[in-house]
Design a protein around this ligand. Structure first.
Ligand SMILES: [Zn+2]
Length: 79
C-alpha cells in the first residue's frame, strides 16, 4: 500500500490516497477530482484545467502519467 496526496497527483489539496497500484491511485484521485468539481472548488477547478489542457496533447498527457507513475513506484510501501 502506498500513499500519495492530491497535490502530488496534480490536484490542489493535501488529501491522502492509499492504493496498491498506480491505476488504483489514479482512479481514487479522479473520483476525488470529480467530487471537488461538483462542489466547484476553485483550487481544484484550476488544477483540473491544467490536466484538461494536457488531455488535448496525448504525448504530454502520457508524459504526465509516466512521471506520476514513477513517483508512485519510488514511494516506500506503508507498513
Ligand atoms: Zn484535492
Amino acid at each position: 500500500m502506498k500513499t500519495m496526496t492530491c497535490k502530488q497527483l496534480g490536484g490542489a489539496c493535501d488529501l491522502k490516497f492509499q492504493a496498491e497500484t498506480f491505476e488504483e491511485m489514479a482512479e481514487k484521485s479522479k473520483m476525488h477530482g470529480m467530487e471537488m468539481f461538483q462542489k466547484q472548488d476553485p483550487e481544484h477547478l484550476e488544477a483540473m484545467q491544467k490536466v484538461m489542457a494536457l488531455m488535448q496533447q496525448p504525448e504530454k498527457l502520457q508524459e504526465f502519467f509516466d512521471q506520476k507513475r514513477s513517483e508512485f513506484e519510488q514511494l516506500p510501501d506503508d507498513k
